[in-house]
Each structure stands twice: as C-alpha cells, then as structure tokens.
Design a protein around this ligand. Structure first.
Ligand SMILES: *Cc1c(COP(=O)(O)O)cnc(C)c1O
Length: 456
C-alpha cells in the first residue's frame, strides 16, 4: 500500500504537438480590443510586443500545433515529467479515491513555467530578437525566462514586484545566476514606474505595474520584445504538454480522471493539465469535472466580474474579456505570489462562463495545512501556489470517503517550494494569517472598469 507508484514515459513519448482548445470551443472567444478605439485588434497591433509566430498561435484555431525540434530537445532535460499515484496520501486520508499528481517541479527552475519560456525564447530568437523584457511576481516566471533566454542566447530583463524583490532574494539570485538583470518594480527606468514612484515612493508594486514597465521597454526598441508567463492563449497552449503527457500516463495506469484539479493565478498550469481532457470531452469523450482553485484573497474567478479589462495598471495592453477584479486592484500580501493577479486567462474565463469548469476559493492557512499534510505523506514540499491544488484534491478525496465511492482525482503539482521555505517558517511559527482583500478597494477597482460597448 505504501509503495511508490510512478508512471514514466520514454523520451520518445514527449508530445510532438501542443493542443489548441480554440479548435473545439462550442463558442469562439470574444475578440481582443484596442485600448484606445475599442475595435478588434489585428496581428499588426501586437507586432511591437511579440514575434509573428506567437501572434499566429494566439489566434490560431488549428487543433494541433507542431512543437519545433529545438524546443523538444530542451524539453528532454526534464520531460516527460513524472505522474505519481499518491498512495501514502490516500492511506493517510483513509480515502477510497485514486489520487494522481503530475509533478512539474522537476524542471530546472522548479515549476511548469519553462514549458512556455523555452518556446517563447526560441520563437523570439528565430525572429532575430536580441532582448526580452518581462515581469515577475514571486520570481518563478522571471527565473524560468532567464533560463530560457540563456539557452537561446537572449538578454533578459525582469521587472520584479518590489515586495517580492525584497522578500525573495534567492529567486532574484537565481535570475542573476542565469545572467538576467532583475529590477525592483516600480522602478525609475520607465515612465509608468516613475509616475507611480512620484506619487508613492514606497509603493510595494504589483504584477499589473510590473507588466506596464516591461511592456513599455519592449515597445521602445526594435530588438526587444515582451514575454508573458501566463494568461495569453499561446501560453496556455504551450502548457497543454502537461495534460497530454498525463493522458498517456493514465493510460499506462488503466485509468481516466473523474475530477481534475489545478490552481489558478493567470490560469496557465490549470489549463495545461485540464484542456487536453476538456477537449476530448468536447469532441464526445468522457465528461470530467474540472475544478479551478484560487486564493480567497484574490478571487478573480469566484468574485470577479466577467468583463473587458486591461492586463496592466498603466493601461498599455489591449482589452480582453475575462474574470477580473479590476486592473487597479492590489491583493493583500499572502504567500502564493504567483496567484496575485487581478485577471484570469480569457480562455479559462470563457470555459467558466460556458459552465465547463467550476471554481472555488481557499484561504492561505487551510492551503498550508494541506501542503504540509501532502509533504509528510509524499515527501515533496509544494510551492505555496500548488498548495491550493493540493487542498482542492484533498477535499475531493475526503468527499469520496464520505460518500464511500472511489473516484480518480488528477491534480497538477505545478512546482516545488524550495525557494519558499520562509513561508513555511512563518506557518510553523504561527505568523501566517488569513488575509482578506479590502471590499471597498475591490468595489472601486470594479467601478473603474473601462466601459466597452459590445457587439450583440
Ligand atoms: C506562476 C505560477 C502559478 C500561477 O500561474 P498560472 O498561470 O495560473 O499557472 C502557479 N504555480 C506556480 C508554481 C507558479 O510558478
């Protein structure tokens, strides 16, 4: 009962294509709008920020997109990632459920983020780009893009949310180890950063502000483009390698999920594990319950409005329709930094609107309880973000116990917590509190949503 069960795929089974759910949607995504004119944008509007190949992927409705050979060659370093059956956790919970987890912490930077950082760096290099600018919250994305930039010979400049920059020196050191430049945001290097510092010199920063800074830098120089670690369609598509591999591994296990659980910040690791299964369902396959778990203190899917909004604070990005808390919303400083974004991926928001997925919000203490229980059973310390998925999976397993039914639960363990041990130290020291967002601030941020007349 306590033996390790691990499903390993041969290197040759690394998927050769990414899965694009836009091919199978019962209703297409609402158009992306220009921030000034509110008219649908075309590829030209995005050209200053992204290489053409990624823009084409963003709007593609082809079901399968080929993964380039050089990208698969880098993926081989850690892919296919393992799928485990959580036998010791099942025993600890006394549940008849079959719990499986896909482990993305085996990548060099310790999370799922390199799955998209590598192809993004590759397509930029192919387009002759020399530098990438980006933002990072907790530092997972910044370190992943720094690694990818190094692999493909691109300079990387990362705007890191100031609180995290001060709280997480190890993440910053990792980016610098890979040769990237890491700047605390808001910074003096951009107009958007200077405008915020003029008003509040001690501003803690936010992802929305850091995005404004990174976008501004990329828009100024021809040899520089911008890279985003979540939210966009092409990013979610690159992450589907997780679910496609998991499908093959569950076949080895002779099983198929009844429930899939993932944590959602911008929605990319969740989409990565869930969309291949959701696509199979949309094409007539087995129906799967799919649960997105978000922090109760930054609840875009459960408490946000489904509306057109900006991706950043300075309103430089196009408008996308998504579940949003408003682009000026600053969430409280809880530890799952990767989940502190005001919006949700348009694709995840869309399938939520269509009733194809569910969403729940959990507070941070119950997530850490679950993460510690998981670590004690399985030996892997999850990232604070991943603890949300662990909590969601454990709740499903307990429901199985109470109902006396055995269901297959698949969740994505999207990263390890080795750089987040300060959060665990705070947890064990009794210093971790459940933080609530400010209702008045949310109301104000929502009142500030752009008014967009939508075509019927
Ligand atoms: C970035 C990150 C997240 C949040 O981003 P998604 O796009 O929602 O996946 C979650 N977990 C980890 C470990 C991360 O690095």
């Amino acid at each position: 009962m306590s033996d390790t069960v691990k499903y390993v795929l041969e290197e040759s089974r690394i998927p050769k294509t990414w899965y694009n759910i836009q091919a199978d949607l019962p209703k297409p995504l609402p158009p992306v709008l220009h921030p000034g004119t509110h008219k649908p944008i075309g590829p030209d509007d995005l050209a200053p920020l992204f290489p053409l190949e990624l823009i084409l992927q963003e709007v593609s409705t082809e079901r399968e997109i080929d993964i380039p050979g050089p990208v698969r060659d880098v993926y081989r370093q850690w892919r296919p990632s393992p799928l485990y059956r959580a036998r010791r956790l099942e025993a600890a919970l006394g549940t008849p459920a079959r719990i499986y987890y896909k482990y993305e912490g085996v990548s060099p930077s310790g999370s799922h983020k390199p799955n998209t950082a590598i192809p993004q760096a590759f397509y930029n290099r192919e387009a002759g780009i020399k530098r990438l600018s980006t933002e990072t919250g907790a530092g997972q994305w910044g370190s992943s893009l720094s690694f990818a930039g190094r692999v493909f010979g691109l300079e990387v400049q990362v705007f890191m949310v100031r609180v995290s920059y001060n709280q997480k020196p190890y993440r910053r050191a990792l980016m610098e180890t890979y040769g990237a430049r890491c700047i605390a945001s808001p910074s003096n290097e951009t107009n958007s950063g200077r405008a915020i510092l003029a008003k509040s010199p001690d501003h803690p920063g936010s992802l929305g502000i850091a995005i404004s800074e990174a976008v501004e830098i990329a828009a100024q120089r021809d040899d520089t483009k911008y890279a985003l670690g979540s939210v966009l369609n092409h990013v979610l598509m690159h992450q589907t390698i997780i679910g496609t591999e998991a499908m093959a591994q569950l076949e080895m296990a002779n099983d198929y999920p009844d429930v899939i659980v993932g944590c959602t910040g911008g929605g990319s690791n969740f989409a990565g594990i869930a969309f291949p299964f959701l696509g199979a369902q949309l094409r007539g396959g087995k129906k799967v319950r799919i649960v997105a778990v978000e922090p109760a203190a930054c609840p875009s899917l459960t408490r946000g409005r489904y509306a057109y909004d900006f991706g950043d604070t300075a309103h430089l990005t196009p408008l996308t329709k998504m579940h949003t808390l408003g682009s000026t919303f600053t969430p409280p400083g809880f530890h799952a930094g990767g989940l502190r974004y005001h919006g949700m991926a348009p694709l995840v928001s869309h399938v939520k609107e269509l009733g194809l997925i569910e969403a729940v919000g959990y507070k941070q203490l119950q997530c850490f309880d679950a993460g510690v229980q998981f670590a004690r059973a399985e030996g892997i310390v999850p990232a604070p973000e991943a603890n949300h998925a662990v909590k969601g999976a454990i709740d499903e397993a307990i429901r199985c116990r109470e109902e006396g039914v055995s269901r297959a639960i698949l969740f994505n363990l999207c990263g390890h917590g080795h750089f987040d041990m300060q959060a665990y130290i705070d947890y064990f020291g009794g210093k971790l509190k459940d933080l609530d967002y400010d209702e008045a601030e949310l109301a104000m941020a929502l009142a500030g949503l752009p008014s967009v007349k939508e075509a019927a």
